[in-house]
Design a protein around this ligand. Structure first.
Ligand SMILES: Nc1ncnc2c1ncn2[C@@H]1O[C@H](COP(=O)(O)OP(=O)(O)OP(=O)(O)O)[C@@H](O)[C@H]1O
Ligand SMILES: [Mg+2]
Length: 238
């Protein structure tokens, strides 16, 4: 049997003496969209920053394709196949769509043919980016910028995409267009996505974890979590 693509085991992360993640366990398999829902300060971004090597965990394991990757550098994490589309996007606003995508490819920059192929792939997923290839990123709409941020993270052909709050600042309609695309992306790249706005995100998720104060409170198939009365009250406002 092939190992699970990605597993987090009993992960503890602290800022100084303040423990933000208190024993987190989760897994993502190939072909899945797995979401983490949780309100402000639950620890979602901290989890993603730890997985991508920006924060060192206090203890616990982060296992990717059977190997413990906790403590590796951010560049190594990208090279082995995990990329991070951060909350707030962090595009280069003065640079064109093309240059932003080129920078996303930096770990593989020697492979020019591979770059062209990958560019074609992200343009298929997000045709609007092809139309705007020379436009400066900072002059695009919020929805287009989110698409560019995702496309940039897809440039190095990751096996796992960490997508932090993609709907931030977007209307429900635009958010939905972003979530719908994830169904296409997951054919090649498994996705771990965090969201405060649970209802749209859960519609495209296969499985979901509910995080509160640095702990996983609840998990299951997305439709089961969506039907849970506690979740409805706390995260869906119904
Ligand atoms: N660099 C830091 N130094 C100290 N505390 C931090 C730091 N970054 C985050 N925290 C704290 O850690 C906790 C978790 O924050 P985190 O950003 O991971 O939550 P989140 O679930 O992503 O929240 P949001 O939905 O608002 O993005 C919060 O209490 C936050 O104040
Ligand atoms: Mg966050």
């Amino acid at each position: 049997m092939r190992a699970m693509l990605f597993e987090v085991k009993d992960l503890h992360v602290a800022y100084g003496s303040y423990e933000v993640l208190r024993g987190v366990n989760l897994e993502v398999d190939r072909g899945e969209i797995v979401s983490i829902i949780g309100s402000n300060g639950a620890g979602k971004s901290t989890l993603f920053r730890t997985i991508s090597g920006l924060i060192k965990p206090r203890s616990g394991r982060i296992i990717f394709e059977g190997e413990d990757i906790a403590g590796k550098s951010p560049e190594e994490i990208v090279s082995i196949g995990i990329t991070h589309c951060p909350e707030g996007r962090f595009l280069f606003p003065e640079l064109s769509v093309y240059k932003n995508l080129l920078l996303g490819y930096y770990t593989k920059r020697k492979d020019k043919k591979g770059f062209k192929e990958r560019l074609e792939y992200v343009f298929e997923i997000f045709p609007v980016l092809k139309e705007r290839i020379n436009q400066r990123a900072g002059t695009m709409s919020g929805g287009e910028q989110q698409m560019l941020a995702i496309a940039r993270a897809l440039m190095p052909s990751p096996k796992l995409l960490l997508l932090d709050e993609p709907s931030l600042g977007l209307s429900p309609k635009l958010s939905w267009s972003v979530f719908e695309v994830l169904k296409e992306i997951k054919k090649d790249t498994a996705i771990l996505v965090s969201e405060q706005n649970a209802s749209l995100c859960l519609k495209v998720s296969d499985r979901t974890y509910v995080m509160e104060l640095g702990e996983i409170r609840l998990s299951g198939k997305a439709d089961e979590v969506l039907a849970n009365p506690e979740v409805k009250r706390a995260y869906l406002g119904i």
